[in-house]
Design a binder for this molecule. Structure first.
Ligand code: PMP
Length: 340
């Protein structure tokens, strides 16, 4: 479709891009669903749209109402664009630790930002819990009311992937898909795509690629939620079984260290022309591990969740990388002085 009645219809139907380097290195066909090509620049546009449409249908979101959400940024950006296109306002609660680029983008869109200290989920002042309480208050104070998007436990999120992302992958490949792998923030993408693919063919393997600091790798391998370490990646790394993750059909789990993920991010930029964020590095690193485990000849799909420009000040900043003891590619150090 090239003619969209509004930006809303431009969400989804993203290309599946063959990752030639990863495919060649493993003998598998590794494909990345180009979710960074959504209008808001990430996979979360899909969830944002389904959450807003669900609230409209249920009547909880009234014309001119306010949408409140706690987000690492991308869901907020998706909600803000959907809200602006449909006549709502957004109030976004975001942990201070998230990249400046995402916060700037939210401000440019007119979202009201509430920056809060990053504290664990168990703390009552965690950004997710704060956003829920703020939504409750604004529902009473705002003339047109307010809703809490609640992406973690609102299953309209995973429904977006059951209804769109999963079927798109299956249909684009005429069912010739052996496995799907991705990381989890809310778990909406992994669970939703997993459910949609398993419904069509239960032999398709579903795998989790977890960053350090998250508890899901331990959950899917030992049954116990246990986190260790930390990661510079943003938007992923879950410590609990959210409503979106309940019953997710996960067959295999990997834990991917940051140095493995950032090397993949830099290879994708230099070898494929794909400038992506850290979670895409975790995802493609997971696809490479899965390819090695399943053996050559398989078709493996993963998610290219958002673009690298969103993390210029961190993931692509040599000083930041050195401070984290992560590899710094020579092209980031180039001063670029050429006499004209
Ligand atoms: N990658 C990025 C960059 C994200 O922002 C998110 C969502 N926070 C994810 C991956 C994970 O998606 P999901 O919430 O569907 O698990």
């Amino acid at each position: 479709m090239t003619l969209a009645p509004s930006v809303i219809e431009a969400i989804g139907r993203t290309p599946l891009i063959e990752l030639r380097g990863a495919s060649k290195a493993t003998g598998c066909r590794i494909l990345g669903k180009a979710e960074f090509m959504n209008p808001g620049g990430s996979v979360k546009d899909r969830a944002a749209l389904f959450i807003v449409e669900d609230a409209r249908e249920k009547g909880s979101l009234k014309p001119g109402g306010v949408i409140v959400e706690g987000t690492a940024g991308n869901t907020g950006i998706g909600l803000a664009l959907v809200a602006n296109a449909m006549g709502y306002r957004t109030v976004i609660v975001i942990p201070e630790t998230q990249s400046q680029e995402k916060k700037d983008m939210l401000r440019l869109q007119g979202a009201q930002l509430v920056e809060v200290p990053a504290v664990p989920y168990a703390n009552p002042n965690n950004y997710v819990k704060l956003s829920g309480r703020l939504a409750e208050r604004l529902a009473k104070e705002e003339p047109n009311g307010a809703i809490w998007a609640n992406q973690f436990d609102n299953v309209a999120n995973r429904q977006a992937h059951i209804a769109t992302t999963g079927p798109e992958i299956y249909e684009e490949l005429d069912g010739n898909v052996d496995a799907f792998v991705c990381a989890c923030g809310t778990g909406g993408t992994l669970a939703g795509v997993g459910i949609a693919l398993k419904e069509r063919n239960p032999n398709i393997k579903i795998a989790l690629a977890d960053p350090f600091g998250a508890a899901l790798y331990s959950y899917y391998t030992t049954g116990e939620l246990k986190a260790s370490g930390s990661s510079i990646t943003e938007g992923i790394g879950q410590g609990r079984i959210t409503a979106n993750l309940e019953g997710a059909p996960v067959d295999i789990a990997y834990q991917i260290p940051d140095d493995e993920a950032v090397r993949v991010v830099f290879d994708l930029a230099q070898e494929e022309g794909l400038l992506l964020g850290g979670s895409s590095g975790i995802n493609v690193a997971g696809a490479i591990r899965l390819a090695k485990e399943l053996g050559p000849g398989k078709t493996i799909v993963t998610i290219l969740a958002d673009g690298g420009a969103r993390y210029a000040s961190k993931l692509f900043n040599p000083e930041f990388l050195r401070s984290q003891k992560l590899p710094t590619p020579p092209w980031l150090e180039r001063t670029g002085k050429i006499d004209p």
